[in-house]
Design a binder for this molecule. Structure first.
Ligand code: SF4
Length: 433
């Protein structure tokens, strides 16, 4: 957990108001509370022993890396600490702390209010010096950080260090007069915060967000041979800086990415831009026209690698991906699964309605859909993974639900000595084996 002073890309001047959220007493209290909310003995057992569970024909395998990342843990710890350190103050959150509905609901239950937002703009007008505002793990736009400073309220900044690394990179592009090309989702909070770092107060620096390879190719073609400016601007509406002109502002570009994109796709975006610039200006002049940075975060990479390994080496009938539907890194895990086997993206165990019905998020339709006969009878192997914003207790509930379908009490599958250590009740016989 950290509340270290750092500039965070906000203007220098009066320091942000803070309290120390890292005292030993607070840390202990927070740890106990976080554990009580999100802990899972079953998931911890599987994770530490790298083993799987098996009973009554049902085998459950967990990816080697899954769930809460260091950035999310830090953000949650800071938010929990704020409820203790700032007791008696109004505590507000800019949007969501992370993209997981259960965690956000938990914070609401602890008295943290969400600031009202209309079409991406937060209502900061009623805030006073005595109020506390939590900046989420994906950061906030420069203009919002400016305004909070002007108001003089307390700030609990949970912006992840990996997000700030991207900011540093785009500020370097900005300071060189290079247009930042961000591979990401223009509507995502992290990307909105990042692009706000790519432009200067004085103007003259720009950004463009590309999401797909098709969009990348469109821009690369424009770099090579020009095109219809009006059509370009219409196509990317909402994804470029004020005054952006593709005829002027694609001469020198630097590519960075939202931290939670698919690594291989980001690399492809970089490669295509590099090639387009080499075609247009000559490879010998590339230095003046092209820069790139790999800003996929370590945690996203680890989860993608672990799933890729699982998909390549484990025989599975289906995959469950657990996490918030607006979570970028989780949605990429679901995409990876879909390419290989039946995959169901669920936000919690309630979505496992019965052995014949599952409600899951369809990313193409952007809505939950019901699939029938999703769980085969007889011997079946279910793979499970979770995004970086998904707490272990949601995975545990999912595993419990799966075994309920086979009449098995999951805890009875854990070794007796482990059960004793973690304080679980003595085993009752499961119906399996
Ligand atoms: S997913 Fe990556 S960037 Fe986002 S909070 Fe976690 S570590 Fe930080």
């Amino acid at each position: 957990m950290s509340d270290d002073p750092q500039t965070n890309g906000t203007p220098t001047g009066a320091p942000k108001k803070r309290m120390n959220l890292r005292t030993p007493e607070l840390t202990k209290l927070v740890q106990e509370q976080v554990e009580s909310h999100y802990r899972s003995p079953v998931v911890e057992y599987l994770s530490h022993t790298k083993s799987s569970l098996s009973a009554n024909g049902l085998t459950v395998k967990l990816a080697k890396a899954f769930g809460f990342c260091y950035g999310v843990e830090r953000a949650i710890n800071l938010a929990y600490a704020s409820t203790k350190a700032y007791a008696g103050h109004n505590i507000y959150l800019l949007g969501e702390i992370i993209h997981n509905p259960e965690v956000n609901d938990q914070l609401r239950d602890m008295g943290i209010k969400q600031l009202k937002e209309t079409r991406g703009v937060y209502d900061l007008d009623g805030l006073t010096e005595e109020d506390v505002v939590i900046v989420p793990a994906f950061g906030a736009e420069v203009k919002v950080l400016h305004r909070l400073k002007e108001i003089g309220c307390y700030q609990v900044d949970t912006t992840c260090g990996d997000v700030m690394s991207v900011w540093r990179r785009v500020r370097q592009y900005r300071d060189r007069g290079t247009t930042s090309i961000i591979h990401g989702k223009a509507w995502h909070e992290e990307t909105k915060a990042t692009v706000s770092q790519a432009v200067s107060d004085k103007g003259g620096t720009h950004y463009l967000v590309v999401f797909t390879l098709a969009e990348t190719d469109y821009v690369c073609d424009y770099i090579r041979k020009g095109g219809n400016k009006e059509e370009f601007l219409k196509k990317f509406e909402g994804a470029y800086s004020l005054g952006f002109d593709p005829d002027q502002h694609l001469v020198s570009v630097g590519v960075a990415n939202q931290t939670t994109m698919m690594k291989n796709e980001t690399e492809e975006v970089q490669r295509r831009f590099e090639q387009a610039m080499a075609d247009r200006y000559g490879r010998e002049n590339l230095d003046q026209h092209f820069r790139k940075a790999d800003t996929i975060c370590g945690a996203t990479q680890e989860r993608q690698d672990a799933l890729s390994d699982m998909l390549g080496h484990e025989k599975m009938n289906l995959l469950l991906v657990v996490g918030g539907y607006n979570s970028s890194n989780t949605s990429h895990l679901a995409e990876m699964g879909e390419a290989v086997l039946p995959t169901y993206f669920i936000k919690n165990s309630d979505k496992l309605i019965s052995t014949t019905e599952i409600s899951h998020y369809d990313q193409h339709k952007q809505q939950e859909v019901i699939t029938h006969n999703w769980l085969p009878e007889g011997n079946v192997v279910v793979g499970i993974t979770a995004g970086a914003s998904c707490p272990n207790n949601l995975l545990e509930e999912t595993i419990h639900r799966l075994y309920e379908f086979r009449g098995v009490n999951v805890e009875s599958l854990l070794p007796a000595d482990y059960r004793e250590i973690v304080g679980l009740a003595p085993a009752t016989e499961h119906a399996g084996h």
